[in-house]
Ligand binder design. Structure first.
Ligand code: FAD
Length: 404
């Protein structure tokens, strides 16, 4: 068993994060919702509510900024686990307030790994400083995008330029007016080397030929950052916009998804903890059939099972994080896949039970449960569906015995 103890600095930052969440983030939740409703009524549903600027200012003052990026924060992945979990208790506010929200955190990881100096100054620095936002544009409506090799959007070299044609959807964040960068994954045309079929291009959001065709709701909710369907029609950018080398796209996209997936899992555990807390408080305060709900055997069993599942998930995630810290992302692939296959599903189940314990109130906006359930449920698809992770784990397991 590896050492899963966070550093002393991480424990101090965790205390500060908890205090920040209690004092600033939870009280801001109803304000955020009210401001969102006002903005939506005014036709600005993708504009970030002003209360977020206050939260960001406070988070920066407290040193809670960009903690997801080891190269900047000096934290290990294990160090970041419990901090990210704490932010995940309020998934729309906590991570954004600390500049640690997806997809920007994954995009910053990608740029910090592969961008050259000019690209870092054009895109990474403004993102780290929250001057702009970004979107990762890989998934396409026309092909099974859980297999990234299927991606069809064409990336063609034309003299000193790159020309992009294709259609993407679920480019999260692209509809936010502050989004200035689209990180586009496409297929090289012509395909010269079967190993290097895909590339990544950094496309300024306002480039001619980029059109947002629609912004997709999730279970009927329009998230502030928006999931955009985008048409790229003869989009022309200079060759200097290519990230890494032409043909390196597939490997770079995989490298981005490693840390991104484990961060999703860390934050999801926070959602599960919040749901369990709400379920316990409700069960202790409500009486049915002559006893508190908390006195009913089935409710008690659900609460106990949720506690056990959360503790199991945390160990799995922290272990995967430690493998990344000690052996690197590649060696941790199986562990990250295990966490990603288990955590969103288990979290969605725990939130679902908490909704049940709340009765009708659980499906209303009077508690955060309905909203966070949609987040947990979609996480079972985001960054690779459960099934694909199970497939990968099974392959690794079967491989051990394939030769007798
Ligand atoms: C809320 C949300 C946000 C998202 N944000 C982004 C984003 O910012 N950028 C981006 O590029 N994409 C984003 N996505 C897209 C997401 O990454 C893809 O939906 C995901 O990779 C699956 O691709 P697909 O939808 O094409 O499903 P498909 O590839 O068509 O798969 C459909 C289903 O088939 C099954 N399946 C597929 N492969 C296997 C297998 N090998 N074994 C068994 N079963 C299998 C699974 O059940 C899977 O769910 C987002 C999605 C959601 C819901």
């Amino acid at each position: 068993m590896r050492n899963l103890t966070p550093s002393e600095r991480a424990r101090t930052l965790l205390d500060v994060t908890r205090e920040f969440m209690e004092t600033h983030v939870y009280p801001a939740e109803p304000i955020y919702e009210a401001q969102r409703a006002e903005l939506s009524a005014a036709g600005m549903k993708n504009t970030i509510p002003p209360v977020m600027a206050d939260l960001k200012r406070e988070a920066r003052r407290l040193g809670l900024w960009n903690l997801f990026l080891p190269a900047i924060s000096g934290l290990s992945n294990v160090d970041y686990c419990l901090i990210a979990e704490e932010t995940g208790r309020s998934p729309w506010l906590g991570p954004s307030a600390m500049n640690c929200s997806s997809p920007d955190s994954g995009n910053m990881e990608l740029l910090s790994m592969f961008a050259n100096e000019q690209q870092r100054s054009d895109w990474l620095e403004p993102l780290l400083n929250d001057d702009i936002r970004s979107a990762f544009s890989m998934t396409e409506p026309g092909v099974a995008s859980s297999d990234a090799r299927n991606i069809q959007t064409s990336i063609r070299a034309d003299g000193a330029d790159i020309v992009i044609n294709g259609r993407k959807w679920f480019s999260t964040g692209a509809a936010d007016p502050r989004c200035k960068l689209l990180i586009v994954v496409g297929r090289n045309q012509p395909v010269l080397d079967p190993k290097g079929t895909h590339s990544i291009v950094l496309v300024p959001r306002d480039t001619y030929g980029v059109t947002i065709r629609r912004v997709l709701p999730v279970y009927g909710f329009f998230e502030q950052q928006g999931h955009a369907e985008i048409e790229y029609s003869d989009v022309r950018v200079p060759m200097s916009c290519v990230l890494g080398n032409l043909g390196d796209g597939f490997a770079m996209a995989q490298a981005r998804l490693g840390p991104g997936r484990i961060h999703h899992c860390m934050r999801a555990i926070g959602m599960a903890e919040r749901a369990l807390e709400l379920a316990c408080r409700r069960a202790l305060s409500r009486t049915a059939f002559g006893d508190k709900l908390a006195g009913q055997g089935t409710v008690r069993a659900q609460i106990a099972e949720a506690r056990i599942s959360i503790d199991q998930m945390r160990l799995l995630v922290m272990h995967a994080a430690r493998v990344i810290d000690e052996d690197g992302s590649r060696a941790a692939r199986r562990h990250v896949a295990a966490a990603k296959a288990v955590v969103p599903k288990t979290t969605a189940d725990i939130i679902d039970r908490a909704i049940q314990i709340h009765g009708a109130a659980g499906v209303t906006p009077d508690t955060p449960l309905a909203m966070i359930w949609t987040r947990a449920r979609t996480l079972r698809i985001v960054d690779g569906p459960d099934d694909v992770h199970l497939r990968m784990i099974a392959s690794a397991e079967l491989h051990k015995y394939a030769n007798g």
